[in-house]
Ligand binder design. Structure first.
Ligand SMILES: C[S@@+](CC[C@H](N)C(=O)[O-])C[C@H]1O[C@@H](n2cnc3c(N)ncnc32)[C@H](O)[C@@H]1O
Length: 351
C-alpha cells in the first residue's frame, strides 16, 4: 500500500489536496465531491442519548458544518474554484471527477467545471432522485433531485462501465414475441423519423430498399444467425432476446437509489449523508478494484465505506471533527462476525 492510501485527512481539503500533490499526482482514478450546496443552512449530527430501561432516548444535535457564506455566491464559487484547481492534477488520465450539488449552484458549477476541466471533458449531468416526498412549495414545484456533474480528465481515455438494473413489468412489455430461442423484442434496423429525412443512403437488401442503419455485411451476418425478423408488410427488424440483455441500461436519470432512511443500518444521523448504493454505483462504474478513490468533502465517510466494500483504496477528508468521528466509527465497525474484530485499517492525519 502506498503512502496516504486509506487515509482520513482532518482539515481543509485545500491543504489535503496540496499535501497529496507531490506523491499522488495523476494517481487517483476517481474523485467524488459532495461539498456544501450553498444552502444557507447549519448542519448537525443527530444522535440518541440516555434511554435506559423504559425511558425513551433523547435526540441530541451536534453542529457539524455551516453552509452559510457572508460573501455570497462570489465567495462560494471562489472557494470551490480554488479547491477544484488543486485537485485536478491528482487525477489519472483515465480518471474522472464527480461533483454532487443541487439547484442552488449546479449551473454555476457547470460553467466552472467547463473552464477548469474543459467543455469537451463533460461526460454527464446525472439527476439523482434524492427524496420520494418533496416538500410542498407555495411558489414553484417541490425539489426532488440532486445533480452530479461528471467530467473526465481526458475524454479520449475515460470510459464508464455500463450499469444495468433489473427488468420491471414496464421494461418487459416490448418483449412480446417468442420463438424456439426464447422471448424477444424488435429493434429497428431502418432509419426512422428525422434520421430518415437526412438523406441517408438507401440500398436494396433481400427485396426491400430502405435507409438501413447497418452495413449490408452486418445484416447478412444477422440473417445467417437467425436474428432478423420479417413482418407481415415485409419490413425487417432485429430480434433482441431477453436472455441476451443483462437488464435495463441505466441512463443519466437515477431514480432507483433511495435516500438513507432513519431505520437503515447505514444511517449515522449525519444530516447530509448519501446512500452507500449511490457511491457504490459511482465507484464501480468509474474505477477498478485496487484503484484509488478520493472524497475531499467526506462527511460521514460514505465514499470510504463504499470503496472498502468494492475493494478500492481510498482517501477521505473533512474539516469537521464531528464528521471525522462518525467516519472513524463507521470504518472501524467489526466486519468479522466470528472474531468480532475490526478488520479495517486506516490512518488519520491532521492538515
Ligand atoms: C454534504 S457533506 C458530505 C456528506 C457525505 N457525502 C456523506 O455521505 O456523508 C459536506 C461535507 O464537507 C465538509 N467540508 C466543508 N468544507 C470543507 C473543506 N474546506 N474541507 C474539507 N471538508 C469540508 C463538511 O464538514 C461536510 O461534512
Amino acid at each position: 500500500m502506498g503512502p496516504w492510501h486509506n487515509t482520513i485527512f482532518l482539515g481543509d481539503c485545500l491543504n489535503a489536496a496540496k499535501a497529496l500533490v507531490e506523491s499522488q499526482s495523476e494517481k487517483i482514478r476517481l474523485i467524488y465531491l459532495d461539498p456544501p450546496f450553498f444552502s444557507n443552512t447549519d448542519y448537525t449530527l443527530k444522535h440518541e442519548t440516555g434511554g435506559e430501561g423504559s425511558r425513551a432516548p433523547d435526540i441530541q444535535e451536534t453542529a457539524t458544518y455551516s453552509d452559510r457564506w457572508q460573501g455570497g455566491l462570489a465567495e462560494y464559487l471562489s472557494y470551490l474554484r480554488i479547491r477544484l484547481a488543486v485537485m485536478s492534477p491528482l487525477l489519472r488520465d483515465d480518471g474522472s471527477i464527480w461533483l454532487h450539488l443541487d439547484w442552488h449552484v449546479s449551473h454555476y458549477a457547470k460553467a466552472l467545471m467547463d473552464e477548469l476541466f474543459g467543455y469537451s471533458c463533460f461526460v454527464n449531468e446525472i439527476v439523482w432522485k434524492r427524496t420520494n416526498s418533496p416538500k410542498p412549495q407555495s411558489r414553484g414545484f417541490g425539489s426532488q433531485h440532486d445533480t452530479i456533474l461528471v467530467y473526465a480528465k481526458d475524454q479520449s481515455k475515460f470510459r464508464v462501465r455500463p450499469v444495468y438494473v433489473k427488468h420491471d413489468e414496464r421494461s418487459l412489455r416490448p418483449y412480446m414475441y417468442d420463438d424456439d430461442k426464447g422471448r424477444f423484442r424488435l429493434i429497428e434496423i431502418e432509419a426512422q423519423g428525422i434520421q430518415r429525412s437526412q438523406r441517408r443512403k438507401q440500398f436494396e437488401w433481400r427485396g426491400r430498399t430502405a435507409p438501413y442503419l447497418y452495413r449490408l455485411e452486418t445484416l447478412d451476418e444477422w440473417w445467417d444467425q437467425g436474428l432478423i425478423y420479417k413482418s407481415k408488410n415485409d419490413r425487417y427488424s432485429k430480434k433482441q432476446y431477453l436472455d441476451d440483455v443483462p437488464g435495463v441500461p441505466v441512463s443519466d436519470l437515477w431514480l432507483d437509489i433511495p435516500p438513507v432512511q432513519g431505520a437503515s443500518d447505514e444511517y449515522t444521523g449525519f444530516l447530509t449523508q448519501k446512500p452507500e448504493a449511490l457511491l457504490s454505483r459511482i465507484i464501480e462504474c468509474a474505477s477498478d478494484p485496487g484503484d484509488i478513490v478520493a472524497d475531499f468533502f467526506a462527511g460521514a465517510g460514505t465514499t470510504a465505506v463504499a470503496a472498502e466494500r468494492t475493494k478500492r483504496r481510498w482517501i477521505a477528508c473533512d474539516s469537521s471533527e464531528v464528521a471525522i468521528q462518525v467516519m472513524e466509527k463507521r470504518l472501524s465497525k467489526p466486519t468479522n462476525s466470528e472474531t468480532g474484530r475490526a478488520e479495517r485499517a486506516f490512518t488519520v492525519v491532521r492538515v
